[in-house]
Design a binder for this molecule. Structure first.
Ligand SMILES: [Zn+2]
Ligand SMILES: [Zn+2]
Length: 142
């Protein structure tokens, strides 16, 4: 069982100001993939005076520390992903843009040697597109 972002930060001796704590708390629980705006909205529910700049700076710092991943698998602003422990791919709903983590397949797709244009491939990321159950059932708002 991997630990969540807040517990990881506690073990790192990172100075947990109230602002940093609420940003970390937003990512607790089920693995979520939030935009910076969503993080700001959720953080403001807990700490109304937290500024957008503080949220952005904290997110950038956490990315630089390797405690958040930047995920760019749907249209619009990039998402922040606290699931840095296990390499994983993403399942994306093309309608509501919900993102789920899925375990990385053991044998990633490979490009035939002749099609690599001389590149040495170092990483492979797979994004699965489709409709989530709610959208497939027509229950989505949008
Ligand atoms: Zn959906
Ligand atoms: Zn993820």
């Amino acid at each position: 069982m991997e630990t969540d972002l807040l517990s990881r930060l506690r073990t790192l001796n990172w100075r947990l100001s109230p602002q940093r704590r609420v940003v970390a708390e937003v990512f607790a629980g089920d693995h979520v993939h939030l935009t910076a705006e969503e993080v700001h909205d959720l953080a403001r529910d807990r700490l109304p005076e937290i500024s957008r700049a503080t949220v952005y700076n904290t997110l950038n710092e956490l990315v630089a520390m390797g405690e958040l991943l930047e995920v760019d698998v749907v249209d619009g602003p990039k998402r922040y992903d606290p699931n840095v422990g296990a390499e994983h791919d993403h399942l994306v709903c093309d309608k509501c843009h919900a993102i789920r983590d899925v375990p990385r397949s053991e044998r990633p797709p490979t490009i035939p040697h002749g099609a690599r244009a001389g590149y040495r491939v170092t990483t492979v990321e797979v994004t699965y597109h489709g409709l989530c159950p709610a959208c497939a059932a027509g229950h989505s708002e949008s």
